[in-house]
Structure formats: C-alpha cells, structure tokens
Design a protein around this ligand. Structure first.
Ligand code: CAA
Length: 429
C-alpha cells in the first residue's frame, strides 16, 4: 500500500535587504505602475555579499528542522538550485556540514531551472514511499538568487530566498497525492545561463508562452490520469473545482494571473453545461475565481521577487501562514515550471498540523525586518557578486539573523560560518 507522504516541516529564509519598487522605477525611469500593477512587483530581495545560495539554504534548513527534527533523522538531503556556487561541488554538502547531518545521509544537488526544487521533493517522496528511507526523513531545500542584467526587462523580476522542507511519512503539514502527477517536458530556449555567465539569458515574451504551454500540457496529462482512473468528478463538477488554492510557479506575480486565466476557462469549457452558463461572463468569472483562489497566495512573492526553485514553495508557506486554519482538509493544486523545460501539475491536502506549524514560519516578520536599501547599494551588491561572489566579503552586521553566512574564498575554497549573535526571527532557536 502506498504510504502517506508529504511535507512535514517548512522553513523559510530571505536575505536581510530589500529594494522598493518605487526606487527601482525612479532609477530606471519606468512608471512604478508597470512594476506594481503590470508585473506585481512591490519589493525585491537584495542579496548582500555575505549571503549566497548555500547560506540561504542552510538558514532555511535550520528553520525547517527547528527543535522538533534532529539532524540524525535525515537520511536524504537534496538541494534544488539553478544558481549554485560551483560547477562540480554540491551546495548540499556545505548545507550537510552546517546543519550537522549524519555521514549516512545521501546528499546532492539537482538542477533543472526552477523545477529543481520540485524534482527534489518528488524524489524524496518516492524515496520514502518505496521503503528505502527505513523510517528516516528527507530534507529538501529550494534555494536561488534570480539575477538579470541591470536595466534589462528582467531586472524587476529578480529576487532571492530559500524554502526548506522536511519530507516524511505521515506528514504534519501537507500530504502529497502520489497517484496522479501531470508532467510536461520539452526542449525550448526560453531561459538559460551559460557556464561563464553570472546572469541569466532570457527570451522574455517567449518564456511566458513556454510556461503557459507547459501548464496546458501538464494539466492535460493530470486530467488524463484522473479520467483513466475513473476519478473525474461527474456533472457540473470539473477538475479544478476541487482545489481550494492554486500555487503557481511565480517568476513575477502577474504570471499567476496569466496562468489561471488560461487554465480555468480551459477546464470549465470541458463541461458543456458549465461553459454555456458562463457564456459572456467568462472573463468576470475568471477574475472572481482568481481573486478567491489565487491572489491570496502571492503576498510574499510581491515582496521578495522571483526565487526560481523556491517561488512556488514561498507561495505555499505564505498561504499557510495566513490561511492554514481555513484550509485544513482542503486540496491544493501546484504547478511547478522550470525553463528549458520540465513542469508538473500535482496536488496535496492540507493537514491539521499545518495550523500550529504555520504559526512558526515567521515569513511576514522576516520580510518586515529587512533593511531597505537605496538603488546605489543594490547596484553595488549586484556588480560585486559576479560569478563567484566577493573573495573577502564584508562581514554581516550585528543584527544579522542568518545565522549562517558566506565568509569568503581562500585558495578557491568557499568558507561558511555561523554568526555568534544570530537572532532568529522564526521558530528555530
Ligand atoms: N501601468 C500598468 N501596467 C503597465 C504599465 C503601466 N504604466 N506599463 C506596462 N504595463 C504592463 C503591461 O501591459 C504588461 O502587462 P500584460 O502582460 O498583462 O500585458 C506588463 O506591465 C509587463 O509589461 P511588458 O510586457 O512591456 O514588460 P517587459 O517587456 O518589460 O517584460 C517580462 C516583462 C517579459 C516578464 C520581463 O520582465 C522578463 O523577461 N522577465 C524574466 C523572464 C520571466 O520571468 N519569464 C517568466 C516565464 S519563464 C519562468 O517562469 C521561469 C523563471 O522563473 C524565469
């Protein structure tokens, strides 16, 4: 019998600096309405020189373990990232050391653009369901720094952060459905980053089409599986009606609107009676449905920006932090998209334990506590970061919450340290 598996704990972490949309708009001579209303970007995480994808991951991982999960319980650690720190050495092994994971813990990094976190999550669930875990848990971390050239169209869609998830049998927060998972993969050149480049190349408008094509393809695969299993809801009920919230990969918040505005009518129109009843009111119905089931998932994305592998999981954490009690027993739909491309449509049910767990995420508090930077400081950090990060970065300030930070590179070897004064905003003490 398939075991119940899913997300048992969540830890979130964002860098401690932030740039307001108003400041970027003024510096780029762009209407702030384009950033806020056009893209949904209100603030953008800025990465100081003492943070990188490893420190972000370790800081999220520490919060996910908290005081409830011992590092010794972890038998698999996978870091999903597309902005890793080495072409060979895995970010995950630095995280392994910083968190004190056991030497018997299988540890590696995965990459497939923004899909890497989901690849890691599904692998961890399969590892547990197969019995290979032998009672142990997995630590999955999605960590990224989204970076485009200054002054480019992609610049307002940058961001950074990490979400760590403990994956376990009989989970506390979300049980993931293992029976029906819709997949869509295919070679496209929408977004990529050659080995010698610190910033991504993107065919912006085309990337939106690739995302929407993948969503249609992954959902069609999911629907086909539901139909084949005889589980398609009958009568008026169409597939998407069964989900309380939709967690879309969110390169910028407006993308979630584009996704839902494509997907919902497609599903409704598969039911003749529903399609006829909606008639000319279709766009109003889509907007109302988006307001009810999507918009509330995006509040953190508006304040962080794109976090590539982590963005959909920030949506999950944000949704549960505000609405866990109302969502217990309800189903969530997830759409994960990684450029290039691979994508998945999958689902999960919110469990009662999500309510108390979400009280400890501390996401909004962490966002509120960030230091607002001016455009010059953002540009300086951006320029200094390069492919490797600064060799001797500034040390974090006394109020750095981390607690883990990148301390520099000696003999081409990266060094990480734990700040003595790290005062965590979230639950881990
Ligand atoms: N007031 C209000 N809205 C305004 C406005 C104003 N003054 N001026 C423009 N807008 C609106 C536009 O109408 C548009 O809205 P719609 O898309 O609903 O029509 C929106 O603001 C954006 O305007 P443009 O299309 O002119 O924006 P742009 O040319 O500057 O580029 C972008 C937008 C293509 C998303 C660009 O930011 C980009 O390349 N981003 C990186 C790529 C990306 O995020 N792709 C997403 C899919 S790929 C993926 O998901 C993987 C991943 O994470 C990267």
């Amino acid at each position: 019998m398939t075991k119940k598996v899913g997300i048992d704990r969540i830890g979130v972490y964002v860098p401690g600096e932030v740039l307001a949309a108003e400041k970027l708009a003024e510096a780029r001579d762009t209407p702030v309405a384009k950033l806020k209303a056009g893209l949904g970007m209100h603030e953008m995480a800025v990465v100081p020189p003492w943070e990188d994808t490893v420190s972000l991951a370790a800081n999220a991982g520490l919060r996910a373990l908290g005081s409830d999960v011992s590092p010794d319980e972890i038998g698999l650690c996978i870091v999903g990232t597309e902005s890793g720190i080495d072409h060979s050495k895995a970010s995950a092994i630095f995280v392994h050391e910083l968190l004190g994971l056991p030497s018997t813990c299988r540890t590696y990094e995965v990459k497939h653009a923004c899909y890497g976190g989901t690849a890691a999550l599904q692998t961890a669930c399969d590892w547990i369901a197969s019995g290979s875990a032998r009672g142990r848990k997995a630590l999955v971390i999605a960590t990224d720094i989204a970076k485009y050239p200054p002054h480019s169209a992609g610049e307002p869609t940058q961001g950074a952060g990490a979400v760590a998830m403990v994956v376990a049998a009989d989970p506390t927060i979300v049980e993931l459905d293992r029976r029906s998972i819709g997949v869509f993969a295919g070679q496209v050149h929408d977004f990529w980053r050659p080995l010698d480049m610190a910033q991504a190349l993107v065919d912006g408008k085309y990337s939106l089409d690739c995302y929407l094509d993948a969503l249609a393809g992954a959902f069609a695969d999911y629907r086909g599986q539901i139909e084949a299993a005889g589980e398609l809801p009958q009568g008026e009920h169409v597939v998407l009606d069964g989900f309380a919230r939709f967690l879309y990969h969110t390169p910028f918040p407006k993308m979630a609107w584009k996704a839902h505005a494509m997907l919902a009518p497609k599903d409704w129109q598969s039911n003749a009676a529903r399609a006829e009843r909606l008639g000319e009111d279709l766009s109003a119905a889509v907007k109302a449905d988006y307001d009810e089931r999507v918009d509330g998932t995006l509040w953190a994305s508006r304040r962080i920006g794109n976090t590539y592998t982590a963005s959909m999981y920030f949506g999950l954490a944000a949704t549960l932090e505000r609405e866990a009690a109302a969502l217990v027993g309800k189903d969530l739909a997830f759409f994960s998209y990684g450029s290039g491309c691979c994508s998945e449509f999958f689902t999960g049910r919110v469990l009662p334990g999500a309510v108390s767990e979400a009280e400890g995420f501390g996401l909004e508090a962490m966002l509120d506590a960030r230091r607002q930077v001016e455009i010059e400081e953002y540009e300086r950090h951006h320029a200094e970061a390069g492919l490797r990060g600064a060799e001797s970065p500034e040390v974090p300030p006394a109020d750095f919450v981390g607690p883990f930070f990148y301390a520099g590179t000696v003999d081409d070897k990266r060094i990480y340290q734990r700040a003595a004064a790290g005062a965590l905003v979230a639950k881990a003490g």
